[in-house]
Design a protein around this ligand. Structure first.
Ligand SMILES: Nc1ncnc2c1ncn2[C@@H]1O[C@H](COP(=O)(O)OP(=O)(O)OP(=O)(O)O)[C@@H](O)[C@H]1O
Ligand SMILES: [Mg+2]
Length: 343
């Protein structure tokens, strides 16, 4: 939609010689501040300096096969493990990340699937398989110290758990496992610390003071507001949380996000992308252009593409444009007055 930018720029310069002939609507979600959308991808790490140093020292010292980070739900096991992996990579270690899941637990080597060499499928000798996988993983490290992080090791399938145990027993690999405390774990994982191959570190929840510090760092004037398109929220699921959508009905791709109206705010709105032509353009040319855009917006493939990315195509043709602009100018002028903007 190259024309949209052109239209916007002309309007910003106050050049009234351009008139919009076609607009496409992109619904908004949650308006906070007037411009920037700022959310950190990852929250700053608070505390954990001692734990991080302890684990990194153990990796460098090479005097144990690994460390098991155990703790209750949500205390920050995965986060600490990922910080350790980052620090280890900075120490020129080779790092691998394995995330165990309940679904993968029923498949032998399910959690390691992305790291397995091709030969595994054709090998029947179980011990031979394990040895060859260990060798292949160490070969991948290319002479560097190998750190294998296993997130949620209690969910490992038995074959993967045995492989982890074997890896911890080699001098070349360091196992960093996270484990939900109080939940049964496969025997080879328990054996890691029971047999003294690895150390078990109990991770405590952050203190009240640390949580306070985190809130101040994250919220302290940095995330005071954000407004963006539903498409942004849809394409960044997991990174942003849409609080409300300014739509008549909930967005099908954000079914858990309420509309503003549901929350008691009567607001349905969005951004419009426009195509502009010089004012001198004859009416029939304007109409032809507008019809072309209408048929493009009506194209099933275009509609499907737009819907998938979270865009709702609402075509405003040249015939409806004057009434539409009038209505919008009224709404935005009133809004600007409420914000003490403009005259
Ligand atoms: N020290 C920390 N500083 C800042 N944020 C943290 C810290 N520790 C954890 N977090 C954040 O808290 C949230 C929960 O942490 P995390 O997922 O690591 O917990 P967990 O113990 O692995 O949880 P689960 O038991 O569900 O696996 C994440 O968003 C994480 O980034
Ligand atoms: Mg976790």
């Amino acid at each position: 939609m190259g024309g949209s930018a052109r239209y916007t720029r002309q309007r910003e310069r106050g050049n009234r010689d351009w008139v919009p002939v076609s607009l496409v609507h992109v619904p908004s979600h949650r308006r906070w501040g007037p411009t920037a959308f700022h959310l950190p991808g990852t929250w700053p790490l608070i505390g954990r300096g001692a734990e991080l140093a302890f684990v990194v020292d153990a990796i460098v010292a090479q005097d144990c096969g690994g460390i098991v980070l155990a703790g209750g739900a949500g205390v920050g096991k995965t986060r600490l493990a990922s910080e350790v992996v980052r620090a280890a990579a900075g120490q020129r270690c080779a790092t691998e990340w394995v995330a165990a899941t309940r679904a993968g637990a029923s498949i032998p080597f399910g959690s390691f699937a992305h790291l397995l060499p091709d030969f595994v499928l054709s090998t029947v000798d179980q011990l031979g398989v394990l040895r060859r996988i260990v060798d292949a993983l160490i070969a991948r490290a290319n002479g560097r110290r190998l750190v294998v992080a296993i997130d949620d090791a209690h969910l490992l399938d038995d074959a993967s758990a045995t492989l982890v145990h074997q890896l911890a027993g080699t001098r070349n690999a360091f196992i960093l496992a996270t484990l939900r405390a109080g939940v049964p774990a496969p025997d080879p994982i328990v054996a890691l610390w029971k047999d003294g191959m690895a150390e078990r570190l109990e991770l405590q929840a952050l203190s009240e003071g640390q949580v306070h510090e985190l809130a101040v760092q994250v919220l302290g004037g940095h995330v005071d507001g954000a407004m963006s398109y539903t498409a942004f929220a849809i394409n960044n699921k997991g990174k942003v949380r849409a609080l409300a959508v300014a739509m008549e009905k909930r967005h099908p791709l954000l079914p858990d996000t309420p509309t503003f109206r549901e929350l008691g705010v009567d607001w349905v709105d969005g951004a419009y992308r426009g195509i502009g032509v010089p004012k001198s353009t004859p009416a029939e040319v304007r109409k032809r252009l507008s019809d072309l855009w209408a048929s493009l917006n009506d194209d099933p493939e275009m509609k499907e593409l737009a819907a998938k990315s979270g865009f709702e195509l609402v075509n405003v043709g040249s015939e409806q444009m004057d009434a539409f602009m009038k209505q919008k100018i009224k709404i935005y002028t009133e809004g600007a007055k409420l914000l003490n903007l403009g005259k």
